[in-house]
Design a protein around this ligand. Sequence first.
Ligand SMILES: [Ca+2]
Length: 386
Amino acid sequence: MRKDLSCHVVLKFLRTTDVTTCMRDCTDNCHGLLFNELERNCTLCASVKIETGNPDKKATAFEKVKKKCGDQTPSDSTKTSQKLCPPFENKKNGKVVGESLLEGATKNLTCHPGYSPRDRNNVMSQCKNSQWTKITECAIVCPTFENINNGKVEGDTLFEGATRNLTCNPGFSPRDSNAVLSLCQNGQWTKITECIKDCPQFITPKYAAVEGESIYVGSTRTLKCDNNYKPVNESKITSVCDNGMWSSITRCVPDKWEYRAFEFNQSIYVFTNQSDTFAKAVAFCKEGDGHVVTIDDETEQHWVKTTAPIVNALDDFWLGITETEVPNKFTRIHDEANLSYYNWASGQPNNAGGDQRCVDVLRGSQWAWNDAFCTDIRFIVCEVPN
Ligand SMILES: [Ca+2]
């Protein structure tokens, strides 16, 4: 059949709605024209030239069609019944497969290795009203996902739009629970949070209550002092859990305390305006969950020496140490630790009068130490953990 298919016949078929039938019938014939060249009617043969494929063969085909059809301009009805799309522009980093330019034809996008469709649901373009519908682009694939310390990520592909879900190991929690998902976007993984160690049980300071139960990173405890107590440092009443540790929280001291407080090396030094015997001083500091100040090394001594003068009314004050059974050996009374550092004033300890078993710090001797009678009256400085 149609061994001698003429332009007239071609045009006739093109006028029919069933172009596909025409194609099938004419594939092997049609004066050596290629299958898809039959899609174009005679007046649109020019588009053959810029189609993909073998240019020489196309050009020959074009010439043939032109020669045969040159004076057979199709009718207007033919033109309107045969809409065509323009040649498809190739996609970067990918290949578009599909030859027909006819209304209704489709083209499929395949991305080159190392690339993936940005939108996997939109890889097919269709010729509609002489326009190709918009399709997605080829995006670079994401690198291998780096593991997260103390957690595990789930997800497989590295394609655009792929996800990784983070689960922290037991005893660890996500720093930001809203950022446990990473998305492959433009060849990069979006930022994902980290797994942080949970905190231990919170130890509530004395004379106070705290609210809160969770022990995850970012959890907080806020101090509320009991009646007749106040926080020694108003600016530190909240503790936050981070890296498996609670940040320092202040302590509650009796409302009636009057003092100037300074922070140094994990402690609050409460320079009170009270003075009393050593035993009373010990009891006094306990009421504020602290102890009579001790000086444990040269750094602390230096700090006391530079800070004490700031407190105008302050005079000689007690240290929280007493003499042991061994003469001139002293121990800290709050935890019974032996002392390894001393800073005696010149000529001290002299055990004057035979029973100087307590220790005070002398304003008049650059805040160096002296052994004194425990019944002496000295200022009270309390050291409260911060
Ligand atoms: Ca003395």
